[in-house]
Design a protein around this ligand. Structure first.
Ligand code: FES
Length: 268
């Protein structure tokens, strides 16, 4: 009677429900991180996803490494002296799967981290297609209730305290002219521009109806609100970015997109 064959050694490196659950959650977190980058989710949320994902990856590395390293070269192979690490990995499908999976996870995290670190923060405001234009009190604004010569600070709905998103709403005395993007003007006269001065970032705070000029009090830069907010006086060299603007089905002002160029001063 022959003896029973010994159990095959556990070569997977990870066993048990907890590591498997952590591995699945980590993959989902990195996937959500990449989706968040592309979709422009809030920075805090993206950073949280990345941070927890990296913690999960670190946990998995701690789980896998001791066993995998010891198993990369099997005892019999070590004794035979014929098993370089790479060859041992290539020969065994389980080990190859873990090594490739780990490398892929690391590459995904690395690419995402580089993309996040290299993002252009000045383009990232909460303005998006479909976001309503609201007052500081969060009230939506009907296009037909903006008075001639009306001027005020407005915000994207839900982000009434986001400094980079503050904007000025103007109902011009006359029709807007190029280089104003005319498709982004409501009723030929209602325009919204970024409130952040392109010179040094002060808030543009004054509007003069007689010549449709916007004025920054810090260093006296003046912008022509009827002609794309181009600078007409002072140290600013770039126009105030214009917000793509439209109206919804109920007549309320709504963004039809985000700013196409960076808001505020552009450095470097
Ligand atoms: S910050 Fe506006 S003119 Fe300098």
């Amino acid at each position: 009677m022959s003896a029973a064959a010994p159990d095959a050694p556990d070569r997977s490196g990870l066993r048990g429900p907890v590591p498997v659950a952590v591995a699945g959650a980590t993959v989902l977190l990195f996937a959500a991180f990449v989706v968040g980058l592309v979709a422009g989710w809030r920075t805090g949320l993206i950073g949280t996803l990345l941070g927890i994902g990296l913690l999960g990856a670190a946990f998995l590395v701690a789980q896998v490494r001791p066993r995998t390293i010891s198993e990369l070269v099997w005892p019999d192979e070590r004794e035979a002296g014929d098993a370089p690490v790479a060859a041992a990995v290539a020969r065994h499908p389980v080990r190859r799967r873990w090594v490739l999976g780990g490398a892929g996870l690391g590459a995904l995290g690395g690419i995402g981290l580089l993309a996040w670190l290299g993002r252009d923060e000045s383009r990232r405001t909460p303005w998006r297609r479909g976001v309503h234009v609201v007052t500081a009190d969060g009230e939506r604004i009907r296009a037909d209730e903006v008075p001639v010569g009306g001027f005020g600070t407005v915000w994207p709905e839900g982000s009434e305290r986001a400094d980079s998103a503050s904007a000025v709403l103007v109902r011009l005395a006359g029709d807007a002219e190029p280089p104003t993007v005319l498709e982004w003007v409501v009723g030929r006269r209602i325009v919204v521009y970024s409130k952040i001065c392109t010179h040094a970032g002060c808030p543009v705070g004054l509007y003069q109806e007689i010549d449709d000029s916007l004025f920054c009090p810090c260093h006296q830069a003046t912008f022509d609100a009827a002609r794309g907010a181009v600078p007409t006086f002072g140290p600013a060299s770039r126009p105030l970015p214009q917000l793509p603007l439209g109206v919804d089905g109920d007549g309320f002002l709504v963004a039809t997109g985000g700013f196409a160029v960076p808001v505020g001063p552009v450095r470097g």
